[in-house]
Design a protein around this ligand. Structure first.
Ligand code: ADE
Ligand code: ZN
Length: 338
């Protein structure tokens, strides 16, 4: 292992952008298909992995929603979350704020409570076994209607004390943030924080809408903000956290190669960027693989990597005291590595 890879391995970090359904590894897909008697259109784990060739976001989403069909019971969601936290712990993740897509499951007749209870059990297990803290972010699927998002928010009502924030994901183009202005306002009124995917495939205008209409606390992806200097200036001035996902960007052709990834430009612009895995089972790696790919592609040094890790805590929904304690651990780690 190179020194920089070793540095990344032990660097304490938070993960702020990962979809728990996107951590469904092909091996678990087969195991759950068998456990639940669900047919899947693949003969082997290798065939599943071979199908993960995408030229745009929608190619991935089609296969991701199909894969989620094997998730049926509370135990399935618990096992899915526990498996993710095992991988996260191995990558020195000490805090994770994970997305889930309830509409993908409720549309198939799975109860909202089945999904959340399973994920919460996986989070408790992670705390007990690894000391990892975690929060849940309920994502609305933006290709569905505003009315369907409101119905999902109503289903979440009994669980709101265990849900930190709402988010917005799925097909970006043609589904601007403003479509969900009222549902985000309703979520805010219930005390929920707000995040949204914007500027992954969609234009910089969608990022402005996420800021001004949805009033997000954090922005997911945000790559295309770089096309708009006034937007970059604002994001930097407000120290808005951007959850960037390098391997996802590569797999979904948001960037042509890792050598062209803008992560170092974003840092140089003073943006509060973080590195995350998005859908690690589909995009070729968990969070440390994303740090390593970005570091290699853009020649990032230890100081930049430490900034990314500090940003992951600064951009989290932890208390100010917790953030300070985690950042002190990053500082001590960096000092010890020299
Ligand atoms: N759902 C899961 N991953 C996503 C991504 N990268 N963009 C939009 N929706 C998603
Ligand atoms: Zn995402």
């Amino acid at each position: 292992m190179t020194d920089l890879n070793a540095f990344i391995s032990g660097l304490p970090k938070a993960e702020l952008h990962m979809h728990i359904e996107g951590s469904l590894e092909p091996e678990m897909m087969f195991a759950l298909a068998e456990r639940n008697g669900v047919a899947i259109p693949f003969a082997s784990v290798e065939e599943v992995r071979g199908a993960y060739q995408f030229s745009r976001l929608q190619d991935f989403l089609d296969i991701y929603y199909a894969g989620a069909d094997v998730l049926r019971t509370e135990a399935d969601f618990r096992d899915l979350a526990a498996a993710y936290f095992d991988r996260a712990a191995a990558d020195s993740v000490v805090h994770a704020e994970i997305f889930f897509d309830p509409q993908t499951h409720t549309a198939r007749g799975i109860g909202f409570g089945t999904v959340v209870a399973g994920l919460l059990a996986g989070m408790e297990d992670a705390r007990a076994r690894h000391g990892i803290t975690a929060r849940l972010i309920l994502c609305f699927l933006r290709h569905l209607s505003e009315a369907e998002a409101f119905a999902t928010l109503a289903e979440a009502e009994p669980w709101l004390d265990r849900i930190e924030a709402v988010g917005l994901d799925s097909s970006e183009l043609g589904h601007p943030p403003e479509k969900f202005a009222r549902v985000f306002a309703a979520a805010a009124a219930k005390g929920l924080k707000r995040v949204a995917h914007a500027g992954e495939e969609g234009p910089a205008d969608y990022v402005w809408q996420a800021l001004d209409v949805l009033e997000v606390d954090r922005l997911d992806h945000g790559n295309r903000s770089l096309e708009d200097p006034a937007l970059v200036e604002r994001l930097a001035r407000e120290q808005m956290t951007l959850t960037v996902c390098p391997l996802s960007n590569l797999k979904l052709c948001v960037v042509p190669s890792m050598d062209d990834h803008p992560i170092d430009h974003m840092l140089a612009e003073g943006l509060r960027v973080t590195i995350n895995s998005d859908d690690p089972a589909y995009f070729g790696g968990y969070v440390n693989a994303n740090y390593r790919a970005a570091a290699e592609g853009r020649r990032l040094g230890a100081e930049q990597l430490a900034t990314l890790a500090r940003n992951s805590f600064l951009g989290s929904f932890l208390s100010e005291e917790e953030k300070r304690a985690h950042i002190a651990r990053v500082d001590a780690y960096v000092a010890g590595f020299r």
